[in-house]
Design a protein around this ligand. Structure first.
Ligand code: ATP
Length: 250
């Protein structure tokens, strides 16, 4: 688990409007890469190109390459690409009519077909690694809608992890959570880094500073620079990065 992800000259359009322009970014395994930048700079579009979600939007096109290890993501079946490169969104979106157990089991069933012998063990394992097991083990068959927002988001993490991905893409995963739930998500990201390649989009610069090994700054569809998080925040190469990280705009 935890293959490197390499985006090479990725451009993306909606109709005739180009919203990403030749972005290249190496996202190492066992590491957290943060993507920061003002609203509309192309952060979400970029990560949606990484797991082929961009192509599901109306009039969306892309060019360039995305390599997962040595494999070209665009040569894979899109469903398999999204299994290998899982995604968690800003709004926790568990399947509301399903139980906590079913929310995780459904992905395992889709992945493994009829080999269900170890289903309960696998659901437990995914909930353990998402740091949720101890809170839900006695209520697995309750509706997922009864969980707090923070727990729902960790359930979404468990659901993505159940597919045994190499990469986890997190699009503002804590933006609707309270500070305590945010902390739990950040602790989880810190633990998961050991086994996965993690890419997180965040508006919260302090969050990038806390969780990311490397940070990339996006502006108006271009990647301006990418460095270790400490370097990007303390000695940025580009004046625009400096202006953004010091709060002069954004
Ligand atoms: N489905 C869509 N159809 C048309 N244009 C879109 C669509 N989604 C995004 N865009 C446009 O693409 C550009 C980049 O948007 P994107 O959401 O990738 O930026 P972002 O940096 O993630 O922004 P935010 O921080 O606000 O989430 C914006 O101009 C946006 O309006």
């Amino acid at each position: 688990m935890g293959e490197t992800l390499y985006a090479k000259d990725v451009s993306a359009c909606f109709g005739t409007q180009e919203v990403l322009h030749k972005v290249s970014l190496y996202m190492p395994s066992n590491s957290v890469t943060a993507i920061i930048g003002p609203p509309g700079s192309g952060k979400s579009t970029f990560i949606r190109c990484l797991n082929r979600l961009h192509e599901t939007a109306t009039r969306a096109t892309m060019s360039g390459q995305v390599l997962l290890g040595k494999e070209n993501v665009y040569d894979l079946n899109p469903i398999l690409a999204r299994q290998k490169i899982g995604m968690v969104f800003a709004e926790p979106n568990p399947f509301p009519t399903m139980s906590i157990f079913e929310n995780v089991a459904i992905g395992i069933r889709l992945r493994d077909g009829k080999r269900l012998k170890h289903l309960s063990d696998e659901v437990e394992h995914s909930l353990v690694i998402a740091n949720l097991w101890s809170e839900v083990k006695d209520r697995l068959y309750e509706s997922s809608g009864k969980l707090t927002l923070g727990q729902q988001q960790r359930l979404c993490m468990a659901r993505a992890l159940a597919l045994k991905p190499d990469v986890l893409l997190l699009d503002e995963p804590a933006s609707v959570l309270d500070p305590f739930s945010t902390l739990r998500i950040e602790e989880l990201i810190d633990q998961l880094r050991e086994h996965y390649t993690i890419v997180i989009v965040t508006h919260n610069l302090q969050q990038a500073a806390r969780v990311a090994n490397r940070t990339a700054f996006f502006l108006a569809g271009e990647m301006i620079e990418e460095r270790t998080t400490t370097e990007l925040f303390t000695t940025p190469n580009d004046k625009r990065t400096e202006d953004y990280v010091t709060g002069r705009f954004g």
